[in-house]
Design a protein around this ligand. Structure first.
Ligand SMILES: [Fe+2]
Ligand SMILES: [Fe+2]
Length: 135
């Protein structure tokens, strides 16, 4: 069962960003499924690693677009990315060291952070890109 589903409500109006969000949602669902299926640390660790690296790649894409299009609100947006990377990076370190488990709380945090960030911060950015003809 999917923890989070992509729908048009989550569209930011820019195809490249929407496609990457779909992939992020897919990875979060994969991690959630693996946790509920009681998969071992190796499987969970692999999906978690993929989620972390794809998140970095995705934030890089958005931040490159911010630079190219001189986005006025880039500092606050990048700060949200930065905090999330730190939080998830800290969690991953603890997980790798055996001091943390993938839990329902962690999954809910990932789901809520991603959907809130997309709905508010990324949508605002998408609207700004749309005004410059980027779709
Ligand atoms: Fe995003
Ligand atoms: Fe973003």
């Amino acid at each position: 069962m999917a923890l989070i589903s992509w729908s048009n409500m989550l569209s930011v109006g820019v195809k490249e960003i929407d496609d990457q969000h779909k992939k992020l949602i897919d990875l979060i669902n994969q991690l959630n499924d693996a946790m509920h299926q009681g998969k071992g640390k190796d499987v969970l660790g692999k999906v978690l690693t993929e989620l972390v690296s794809y998140t970095l790649y995705h934030f890089g894409t958005e931040e490159k677009l911010m630079g190219q299009h001189h986005y006025e609100d880039s500092a606050a947006h990048k700060n949200e990315h930065h905090k999330f990377v730190q939080t998830v990076g800290d969690f991953k370190k603890k997980f790798d060291a055996g001091g943390a488990m993938i839990s329902i709380e962690i999954m809910n945090f990932l789901r809520d952070w991603l959907s809130n960030h997309i709905m508010k911060t990324d949508k605002k950015f998408g609207q700004s890109l749309n005004k410059q003809g980027v779709k």
